[in-house]
Design a binder for this molecule. Structure first.
Ligand code: 5GP
Ligand code: ZN
Length: 135
């Protein structure tokens, strides 16, 4: 798609540190990594975010995550990884081409998870009931 930075990377119009490419997927290092080895896995088929990608593409992506994460962990010596899929501007999504962040994690790397809060059983039950209406 025109004006999409990730489509430009797919089309080799702008450079990237590509670590994997096949018919459907491309993976490259994030230009502003959270940790060493932070990679982005994207489908070659443009969609604004994962809710707009078709199921076949999403299946390819998650299988790709497994393969890439294992390689990244081995290469970097990471002990784990976070999979991040920002969806929508409110979540922090900046590039509107479906992408999965694979962020290697190291023991005591100082990164904090998002903050949790306490909740009431009644509130949880109400929220669960509301969500179930749409499934
Ligand atoms: P988002 O916030 O949309 O989930 O994340 C987009 C990510 O893409 C960011 O982590 C950002 O550093 C990365 N990024 C943005 N532009 C480029 C680029 O031109 N090249 C590479 N390799 N990464 C990019
Ligand atoms: Zn695109």
């Amino acid at each position: 798609m025109e004006d999409c930075i990730f489509c430009k990377i797919i089309n080799k119009e702008i450079p990237a540190d590509i670590i994997y490419e096949d018919e459907n997927l491309l993976a490259f290092l994030d230009i502003r990594p959270v940790n060493k080895g932070h990679a982005l896995l994207i489908p070659k088929k443009h969609a604004a975010d994962m809710t707009s990608s078709d199921d076949e593409t999403l299946s390819q992506l998650i299988v790709g995550v497994k393969k890439l994460a294992q390689a990244i962990m081995t290469a970097t010596g990471a002990a784990g990884f976070n999979l991040g899929v920002n969806t929508g501007a409110a979540s922090g999504q900046v590039v509107f081409h479906t992408h999965f962040h694979i962020i290697p994690r190291f023991a005591n790397d100082g990164l904090k998870s998002w903050p949790h809060s306490d909740s009431e059983p009644k509130t949880r039950a109400d929220v669960a009931a509301e969500i179930k209406k749409f499934l």
